[in-house]
Design a protein around this ligand. Structure first.
Ligand SMILES: [Zn+2]
Length: 51
C-alpha cells in the first residue's frame, strides 16, 4: 500500500501501486487545486504502508 498526503489540503491519496498513486495524486491535485504535481514529488512524498 502506498500513501501520500496532499500538502495543500491534507487529503490522503492511497493506492496499491506507484502507478495508481501517481494517477490518484494527479487527479486530486488537478481536480481540487488545478495543480499538476510532478511525478517525482509524489514519489518523494509517498510513504510505505504495511497494511
Ligand atoms: Zn489537496
Amino acid at each position: 500500500m502506498r500513501e501520500v498526503t496532499c500538502p495543500a489540503c491534507g487529503a490522503i491519496v492511497e493506492a496499491e501501486t506507484d502507478d495508481e498513486l501517481l494517477e490518484g495524486a494527479r487527479a486530486h491535485t488537478w481536480d481540487a487545486h488545478r495543480y499538476k504535481i510532478p511525478d517525482e514529488h509524489v514519489l518523494d512524498a509517498a510513504g510505505d504502508q504495511q497494511a
